[in-house]
Design a protein around this ligand. Sequence first.
Ligand SMILES: Cc1cc2nc3c(=O)[nH]c(=O)nc-3n(C[C@H](O)[C@H](O)[C@H](O)COP(=O)(O)OP(=O)(O)OC[C@H]3O[C@@H](n4cnc5c(N)ncnc54)[C@H](O)[C@@H]3O)c2cc1C
Length: 393
Amino acid sequence: MPAKGVLVAVTADVVIAGGGVIGTAIAWRAAAAGLDVVLADPAYGDAASLVAAGMLAPVSEALFGEGALLRVNLLALARFPSFAAELEQVTGHRVGLRREGTLAVAFDAGDYAALTRLTAFRRSAGLEAEELDSRACRKLESFLTPDVHGGVLFPGDWSVDNRRYAAALREAAASAGVRVVRDRVTAVLTAGGADARVRGVALAESSEIGSDRVVVAAGSWSGAVHGLPAGLRSAVRPVKGQLLRLRHPDGMPPVLTHTIRATVRGADVYLVPRADGEVIVGATQEERGPDLTVTAGAVHDLLHDAMSVLPVTSELILAETCAGLRPGTPDNGPIVGDAGPGGLLLATGHYRNGILMSAATADAAVACLTGRAPAPEWEPFGPGRFLTRQGER
Ligand SMILES: Cc1cc2nc3c(=O)[nH]c(=O)nc-3n(C[C@H](O)[C@H](O)[C@H](O)COP(=O)(O)OP(=O)(O)OC[C@H]3O[C@@H](n4cnc5c(N)ncnc54)[C@H](O)[C@@H]3O)c2cc1C
């Protein structure tokens, strides 16, 4: 692997800018499909993908007005188990897939009314939901406070240990022959005037990489890559999320089985259990640009809300506080597909669901790279929707 600062002059069938779960999943599958792949990332493995909670939650993430997003999220969930199984088989590492479902709980009557409205919407979309009173919620999760007003079990949601998953993706990509360059892509290079096609990328600290196919998968930094059509450069913005990682003290039995999503007097908090005893508590949602600081207020609010529904949280060890940047878009949908100039592909803007969508995004990207059509669920999420809106076609 070339070190930072060393001049490289390489060529490849495809260059991928960005090595979060999206870029690395694409790199692995593209290499497995026989393409010669170079992945460029200045901080390989240091991104939103490692901060995330790892929920694979199309059902409890389904919101009013996001029907197309729900359809692509369901496609992504259906693809995830076989993708993860192949990853585990190739690397010999478990990625911690859990299928217990999400238990959404409401703290008071107002919270419950909001949950009931969302549940009706999710049922109308054909999603499974089981309404539970307070006692039934505590039968599923015995450490929940008796004050919980009621809840809904969404059995269709799963979760994965996103750090194990990201590490396994990196290993699988390496063993499939993906070459990694630790450098930042500054620009997509093109040739050919009106019928421009990509000819590679420029790097910040080394030379160029020559390639007639480039995938921009740089998460919330995607817009900083020169050479993208302007409407696309402004379409992705960072949405900050702060999150806590808790650990059980030695000898303490697990305090949770399901992912809990709670609404506590209008504020949302989730707790995601891992097989190794970790419990993730998240997350804030903040429009603060590329700020990665962890604030005392956020830690307080997350712990306060988590303890309101699961008082035993106070006995867990606060192992880590972290912040990450979700790549958000104006319509909350991802941007996946050919962008023009010819040979340029975007795979970014996965916002709250990039872990969930990673396997299906890799399929869609490899389909584009090999001249096939992606699954129809991706149609609403092409880059063209931002070009058209701004009259740049
Ligand atoms: C607090 C929080 C909780 C979340 N929870 C969940 C969840 O439960 N489930 C879920 O599905 N999703 C979740 N997400 C969202 C998910 O993390 C993202 O959608 C996903 O990680 C995006 O992956 P990515 O590969 O596009 O971006 P990233 O993981 O951010 O990776 C981008 C990579 O690009 C590199 N890069 C940047 N600029 C350049 C450049 N110019 N050239 C080359 N490389 C570059 C960076 O170094 C980085 O490695 C959460 C996010 C946050 C912040």
